[in-house]
Structure formats: C-alpha cells, structure tokens
Design a protein around this ligand. Structure first.
Ligand code: GLY
Length: 418
C-alpha cells in the first residue's frame, strides 16, 4: 500500500515537472482562467444566435467561420453538430453553474432527430458528444433511449463479412483512379464509445461486440509498422479483404493526416478503457509515440505529418497538389491533448501527462487562443478542416474547442485526484 502511494506521488511529480515553478494552485488557476474565458466567448456566441428552441436547426449550431468572416453553422446531419452542445456540457462540468446546464439541455434537446440517421458513420460524434455528455452529467431515462436507438442505427452500417462499420457509402480517390464502395476511415474509431455505452445501458452485448470487432479489424489494417495511420481503407464485401489504402483529408495516400492520427490515439485509449484489451493500450501508446516524435517545435502538428516531403504526392484533384503549405492544426492537438490525459493514467506513463500539460498551455497561449470577442467567438484559432478539399484552412472549428474544454476537465480531475 505504502509503495503504491509512493509510486503515485512519484508519477504525479514526474507528470507535473512539465511545469517548472508552477504548483497545483497555479495550475488550477490556469484552468479557472481558461474556463472563465470560454464562458465569456461562448456567451457572446450564444447572444449572436437565434433562439435555439425554435429557430431552424441549421442556423443555431456554430461550426466555424465562413468565407466572409461570419459564423458558419452546421447543416442538419453535419458530423460536427454534437460538438457545440458538448462544449456547453463541458462548461457545466467545469463551472458547476446551472446556467450552462440549462444551455446544454436546450441545444442537446434539438438533436433528438439524429437517432434514426443511417446515412453515414458519424452518429457517434453527433449523439455521444451531445446526449452522451447529457447522460453522464444530468441523467434522464429519455437520453438513454436516444443513445440506444442511435446505436441501433449505427449498427446497421456494420457488415460481418468486412468486420467493420462502413464510414461513407462510396468514395473516389483524389487521383480519380479508385472508386471505393466500402470506405472506412480511421475517424470511425470515435463512434465506438456510443456502442460501448449503449451495450451497458441496454444489457445488449451486440453493440459492444460490433465495437470490438471494428477496433480489431482497424488495428490490423489501418496502421503502418511505425503505427502511423492511413486515413481511408476500402474493403471488398465478398472476400472481406482490403482493396485500397488511400486518403481523403490527408496530404497524400501514403501520408499521415494529423487529425486521423489523433482520432487513432483517442479511439484506442477509449477502447482500452472500455475493454482492458492490452493490444488497444499498445496501439494507443504507439500511435501517440509517433505523434509526439514528429511534432514541430511548438508541439502543435502541421495538418499532415508529411506535407511537402519527398516521396509524398497528392492526387491530381487534391487542393494540396499545388499548395504544399504547412498550416498548423490546433484541432488535432486538442484531441490528442485530451486523449493523452487519459492514456497517461491508463498506461501509467507520466510522460504522456507531461506532453498533454505542455500542449494545453500552448493551446491556451496567445499563439492559439483567440482574444476575447474575436475569432467569431470561438476559443481556438489555427485549425484545418480539410486542406485537400480547400475547406476550413486556418480557421476555428467547433471540435477543436470541444476537445480543448474536455482537456481542461480531464486536467482538473487529474489535479484534484493527485
Ligand atoms: N471526419 C472527421 C474529421 O474530419 O476529422
């Protein structure tokens, strides 16, 4: 017992040494300042939106900035529609203020229609960030029903022959040469938490079995020897074999798209938490090692780890072909930062917590955190949505803010428990 407590103290001391002179008190003050700032920005954002209870759904959920520097909102089935409600839940978690509970419920309630959506794989993102957080922080039986029904909808995209959930219905490669009819993207790992949770809620193991099967197949087919990841893997529905490995949002088919790698780290960390399957922990750690080893000096990744490098060529229709610029992607950093707070504790590796603390401080610095009332009232600047599609290049994004807030909640819990 005594040895365990010494080890815990040592773990904390190493993790915390990222901070030189700062102690726990200063770090809690850092979290509080960021929480107050986020509350201020998001309040300004809400004040500029129509009434969330009655307005057209496509006008009330912030997504990013449009071409005229105005707020862009989510389309009805846009994959990010759950992140703004999720951010409101995180503000409630961080502040304990009922005002944010009320706001979170208002935006979340508008998303119930999603539960029957089967058009692509994004339901995990859309429903778990909204209703998943709702169920954790202010449980209601109705939320449970929505999560279970959503898991049923998502499961319709699983095929036992391929042993994965189909991400999109089809996809054409950037060089125009390859048509994929069973494309699965690494991002899909993020939809599995909804399935694991739905299994617990419904006592139906099928959802979790699908999640585990998907994670096992992805582990086998989406990674290179150094645990960098491919973005898109296409499957043959007759043989179940891999047909193509290409990219959609990355620089080239053989490159490592930074946000894809972030989803891999987060997804396998979460699947280890849910299953205690050691291979998932190893995968999350190896993917994190790749990410951390290949970061530029300020610790925030370029939008793809291989932009402009020899041996990496974008397809002829990709915007990246004639624009090999290196833009930072703060969204990939925010996702990874949140994942590392969890991974460090699950893997007993204080160096991951150190890396997460450093990343969080960099994101909260003036280089990445907006000035109050600027940046269309989003918190973080300098993200890339999809460079290859020439969309959201060097803009704020709703999911960057969400994972930044989640990182703050995870860091706060870590400090309070150590
Ligand atoms: N599909 C999720 C993403 O763009 O990261």
């Amino acid at each position: 017992m005594k040895t365990k407590s010494i080890l815990i103290t040592l773990f904390f001391a190493i993790a915390f040494s990222a901070f030189g002179k700062n102690g726990k008190k200063e770090e809690l003050a850092f979290i509080k300042e960021n929480t107050l700032f986020a509350q201020q920005q998001i309040s300004l954002m809400i004040n500029a939106l129509p009434n969330p209870d009655t307005a057209n759904i496509e006008t009330i959920v912030p997504y990013s900035i449009d071409g005229n520097d105005k707020l862009a909102t989510c389309k009805k089935y846009w994959w990010t529609i759950g992140f703004f409600p999720g951010s409101l839940w995180k503000l409630y978690e961080l502040s304990g203020d009922k005002h944010w509970l009320n706001q979170a419920q208002r935006w979340t309630n508008r998303l119930e229609y999603l539960k029957t959506f089967t058009g692509n794989h994004d339901l995990g993102f859309m429903v778990y960030c909204s209703f998943g957080n709702a169920f954790k922080l202010a449980p209601k039986p109705h939320y449970k029903d929505i999560i279970i029904e959503s898991a049923r909808s998502l499961s319709t995209r699983f095929n036992p022959k391929t042993s994965v959930i189909k991400s999109w219905n089809s996809y054409k490669s950037w060089d125009g040469q390859t048509m994929c009819y069973y494309p699965v993207i690494i991002d899909n790992m993020m939809n599995l938490e909804l399935l694991c949770e739905a299994s617990k809620m419904s006592n139906n193991p099928t959802f979790k079995t699908i999640a585990v099967t998907h994670a096992n197949t992805t582990l086998k087919n989406h990674f290179r020897a150094d645990f960098s990841s491919y973005h898109v893997v296409d499957y043959d529905t007759i043989t179940g074999e891999v047909k193509h490995r290409i990219t959609s949002q990355g620089y080239s088919d053989n490159s490592t798209w930074a946000r894809g790698q972030a989803w891999a780290i987060y997804g396998y960390t979460m699947m280890y938490r849910e299953t205690k399957e050691v291979d998932y922990l190893k995968t999350a750690s190896a993917a994190a090692d790749y990410f951390l080893k290949n970061l530029p000096e300020d610790g925030i990744p370029w939008w793809d780890f291989n932009v402009g490098q020899e041996g990496y060529t974008p397809g002829k229709n990709s915007y990246a072909l004639n624009n090999p610029q290196k833009f930072k992607d703060a969204s990939a950093a925010a996702i990874t930062c949140s994942a590392l707070f969890e991974l460090g504790q699950l893997a007993d590796k204080p160096e991951y917590i150190q890396a997460a603390i450093r990343m969080l401080h960099t994101l909260a610095s003036p280089a990445y955190r907006a000035e109050a009332g600027k940046n269309t009232n989003f918190i973080l600047m300098h993200c890339v949505g999809s460079f290859a599609h020439k969309s959201n290049i060097d803009t704020p994004l709703d999911y960057a803010d969400y994972y930044f807030l989640e990182s703050l909640t995870r860091y706060k819990k870590f400090l309070e428990n150590n």
